[in-house]
Design a protein around this ligand. Structure first.
Ligand code: ZN
Length: 597
């Protein structure tokens, strides 16, 4: 093993690497991030190597150590310029399991801490439905807020908020009513529930045990409801199975109001509903979920003007060819991580592995969004849909996948819907959906890319990538990016005396004008710190003896437990800088020497 120095935007970063032989190639693999200081890096490296030699470092432990020093920390420590460079830093491949937690363990943690509960649990819950508790709703709102800021606050994108129930004709035009009516079947032998094509009834056997299927009638993935309280006058309608169709249905109005010229995107965040046969894996497959989605429109042949931005963005690429050869070799596409290749997205597009520049661009943007908010790059890859799994409207489709504890799973699809939807709506509504291009010519735009992400899946990613157990502290530390953290700071009086409490309450009152801040005066200070760690609260503000004398307070930073003393009137501005701009907390005051963790 050896230390590697990388210079990114004028700053040095140290990594511990290891080389090993794979076939006839020698591959260098990243073991751990060591920090920005050479001496510290050498010490950390020595410590890791010693532990490995002693055999203490099993897979889980290695993961914890790595998380301790991962990119989250770098991002918090560096200035804006470094961040930009870091997003494009060289990515290394990591074989380890994606997380030390199973999805069930995460579900338990979420319930215990008040992030997520089974919906209506006092009655036994309902499959595929979840309630978000106080911390959960804050995290979820922060995810949506960050998504909106990143995707919509730009020149070429506007937003809408369509209704959940709309004219049912929308779903006839989209093909949901007709083409999605399959047959629900249950295996007579093993009870496996699935859906099959009408024409396969009586022919197809259970893929799990080769048993015969019993037909259970039409399968409609849409929830139906009646609109109008008087039954005989009411209309059957649907809870929307996707947000996209409202964007298409409103397309002309939005374009006219916003006076957008092609290329442009329309974004939407909102609930969707799918009557899944077997909802499973906690929040991964729910019946009620929320989508964050853009339909990006171009005129046929229009080039992406932003491709320069994706140079140097490295990600694991798993195209159709790689999947096929992996299947031949190993019998399964899923097991073969080694078959995917680390590529520069710009190169992947140039080599025509990713067919369109727009796809390459949006994949890079979505990946960047996750990394900016502290996700671990080693847990991401992109996978091309094989010709036999493409949607009825898709020309070329890629998924951004995440390495969940249960394996690689789709996070987000990048479909190319062409002008399928607008053509359909034009036909069914008898309304012309064409718009004028720059030359005054009428065109029916193509959807060149549809970045579409489930809020719940993003929620899982950020929980998995921020969760770690600190052995020294003896508690879980949720290292959520401060922008996502449900609670931004906890305020403590060090002792329960009136003058300390009064001062704490004043601080609280001021900070609450802008941030979700909690007040905690019960239990020992150590106990209060561990509560804050487990909730992912990045800062703990303590009013102590000195506060009364000089109007200062200490702030303890969650990720390293170190403390800094700052002026109380500056607290709000400091929090603003640390949370919104990723500034280093320790430049705002004097570091405190303390024995308390
Ligand atoms: Zn079966």
């Amino acid at each position: 093993m050896y230390i590697v120095k990388k210079n990114i935007a004028g700053h040095d970063y140290y990594y511990l690497n290891k080389s090993f032989r794979k076939g006839d190639k020698v591959i260098s693999k990243n073991i751990s991030y060591l920090g920005k200081d050479k001496k510290e890096a050498e010490e950390k490296a020595k410590e890791i190597i010693e532990k490995m030699e002693k055999g203490i470092s099993n897979i889980n432990k290695g993961k914890i150590e790595q998380k301790d020093m991962d990119e989250n920390n770098i991002a918090n420590e560096t200035e804006e310029a470094d961040k930009k460079a870091l997003e494009k830093k060289e990515l290394t491949i990591d074989d380890k399991t994606s997380s030390i937690l199973t999805i069930e363990e995460l579900a338990n943690f979420c319930k215990k801490k008040g992030f997520v509960y089974p919906s209506g649990e006092i009655y036994g819950g309902l499959g595929g439905f979840w309630d978000f508790g106080h911390l959960g709703v804050e995290l979820k709102n922060n995810i949506k807020k960050e998504w909106w800021k990143f995707h919509v606050y730009r020149e070429d994108v506007v937003g809408i908020d369509g209704s959940i129930i709309t004219n049912p004709k929308v779903w006839e035009a989209s093909g949901h009513v007709k083409s999605f009516v399959d047959v629900a079947v249950v295996c007579k032998k093993c009870g496996n529930k699935t859906k099959i094509d009408k024409h396969e009834v009586g022919k197809k056997k259970c893929e799990k045990c080769q048993g015969e299927f019993a037909s259970k009638g039409e399968f409609n993935p849409m929830f139906t409801t009646q609109v109008g309280p008087i039954k005989e006058d009411s209309v059957q309608a649907y809870l929307r199975p996707e947000t996209a169709q409202l964007i298409f249905a409103d397309f002309k109005l939005v374009q006219e109001n916003s006076r957008l010229q092609l290329p442009f995107g329309i974004a939407q965040v909102g609930k969707s509903f799918r009557n899944e046969l077997s909802p499973r894996e906690f929040l991964f497959r729910c019946r009620e979920f929320e989508q964050m989605e853009i339909e990006y429109f171009i005129e046929e042949g229009m080039k992406c003007p932003y491709t320069e931005e994706i140079k140097g963005v490295n990600i694991l690429v798993y195209d159709e060819k790689m999947q096929k050869s992996a299947k031949e070799k190993e019998g399964s596409e899923q097991s073969s991580e080694s078959a995917a290749e680390l590529m520069d997205l710009y190169e992947a597009w140039k080599k025509s592995i990713i067919k369109t520049d727009w796809h390459a661009y949006w994949i890079a943007k979505e990946y960047e969004w996750f990394l900016n908010l502290g996700a671990n790059p080693n847990n991401f890859r992109i996978r091309q849909h094989c010709s036999d799994e493409k949607s009825h409207y898709a020309v070329d489709t890629w998924d951004l996948e995440y390495k969940f504890p249960m394996g690689w799973r789709e996070l987000q699809g990048f479909a190319n819907r062409s002008n399928y939807d607008l053509t359909q709506h034009q036909e069914y509504s008898k309304q012309n959906m064409e718009i004028l291009n720059k030359d005054g010519k009428k065109v029916l735009p193509n959807v060149v890319c549809e970045p579409s992400l489930g809020v719940e899946r993003a929620f899982l990613v950020f929980m998995f990538d921020s969760y770690f157990y600190d052995e020294k502290r003896g508690n879980v530390v949720l290292k959520l990016n401060p922008k996502l953290a449900p609670v931004k700071a906890a305020v403590f009086p060090i002792v329960k005396r009136p003058e300390y409490i009064k001062m704490s309450e004043e601080i609280l009152k001021d900070l609450r004008k802008e941030f979700n801040v909690v007040y905690d005066k019960s239990g020992s200070v150590g106990r209060r710190y561990s509560r804050a760690d487990e909730n992912g609260t990045p800062m703990c503000i303590t009013v102590d003896e000195q506060s009364l004398k000089d109007n200062t307070a200490t702030i303890r930073w969650r990720d390293n437990t170190e403390q800094v003393r700052v002026k109380i009137p500056e607290l709000r501005e400091i929090m603003r800088k640390v949370i919104n701009e990723g500034a280093d907390l320790f430049k705002f005051g004097k570091k405190v020497n303390t024995r308390v963790k």
